[in-house]
Design a protein around this ligand. Structure first.
Ligand SMILES: [Zn+2]
Length: 303
């Protein structure tokens, strides 16, 4: 009985977890049990389910993927003050361009129990804005409210085959640990019976040393936006391969992107002196690598 209760509790906890891109200095934090402080060394275990141990250093736990043949849909919610910031153009170009790249193709090495793999397609659908409806200090619950309100108010469609990104301006705090424990996170929740996947990504101009790979210059001359591009990519590929936090992650609880966080592979130097490691949709980007679920498993920026 005690064991059953412990197992039940474990399952409940694992469903409540979100999973995060850790901040650069947060590598050796003690796990909170919430998933924020997950790291390569001491991430909390996340599931009582049985894993199919794969040969590539990451395991499938039986849950769904975002693997429809038409690809994954993306919605942006611009929260706070974004007027006049080139981020709105840069990050829209990210979302419209990342599908079909050799980089996103890494996610096609992940599949469900029917051997259906993630497609190398991302559909940026639309965006909306939110003028601080939940204030400037967001809790996790308020981030969810931003997403669910946008859906319930008809500003965005109700779409289970999508990732909704709450993108906050640099004057907005996320009180569970943005800038100290994590730079972004993804999770899911139920809205009117629909399983909604969503992510938080804040403007790291709030904390460049924690959440930007480079802060004096950047490929698109906007270090905040370029920092967000890497975090958005991280959360998107995790949401595609582990949308409900019960599909692909390793024995430490690390999802595909976690295993390669803050690694960039071979870099080049842009005209403005900044580093970049990939080019698509007419722009250079410095985006972290992702874990290839093939060939024994390894970090790469293309597959
Ligand atoms: Zn992550």
């Amino acid at each position: 009985m005690k064991q059953i209760l412990a197992t039940l509790l474990f399952v409940v906890v694992s469903f409540a977890l979100a999973t995060a891109q850790i901040a650069k200095q947060a590598d050796h934090m003690v796990p909170t049990g919430k998933g924020w402080a997950e790291s390569h060394d001491n991430a909390p275990a996340r599931s009582a389910g049985t894993a199919t141990t794969g040969p590539n250093g990451i395991n499938y736990h039986g849950g769904p993927l975002l693997n429809s043949t038409g690809g994954t849909n993306v919605y942006y919610i611009w929260y706070g003050a974004w007027s006049g910031n080139t981020a709105t153009t840069i990050l829209t170009d990210l979302a419209t361009g990342i599908g079909g790249t050799p980089y996103f193709n890494i996610n096609t090495t992940y599949f469900d129990g029917n051997n259906v793999a993630v497609a190398n397609r991302v559909n940026y659908v639309t965006s909306t804005s939110d003028n601080y409806s939940q204030g400037k200090r967001l809790t996790d619950a308020k981030v969810q409210a931003v997403v669910f309100n946008a859906i319930n108010n008809g500003k965005l469609p109700r779409d289970s085959n999508a990732v909704y990104f709450v993108l906050t301006s640099k004057d907005v705090a996320e009180t569970s640990g943005f800038c100290t424990k994590y730079c972004g996170w993804h999770t899911h929740g139920t809205s009117s019976g629909t399983d909604i996947k969503y992510a938080f990504v804040g403007n790291p101009d709030r904390c460049p040393s924690a959440c930007e790979a480079q802060s004096s210059s950047s490929p698109n001359s906007n270090p905040g936006a370029d920092g967000m591009a890497s975090v958005i990519s991280h959360e998107l590929e995790e949401a595609a391969t582990d949308p409900d936090l019960n599909a692909w992650y390793d024995s430490s609880g690390a999802e595909n992107a976690d295993k390669c966080a803050w690694t960039f592979g071979t870099e080049s130097i842009a005209g403005n002196g900044s580093k970049y490691n990939m080019t698509f949709n007419g722009r250079n980007w410095l985006i972290q690598q992702n874990w290839v679920n093939a060939g024994g498993g390894y970090c790469a920026k293309s597959y």
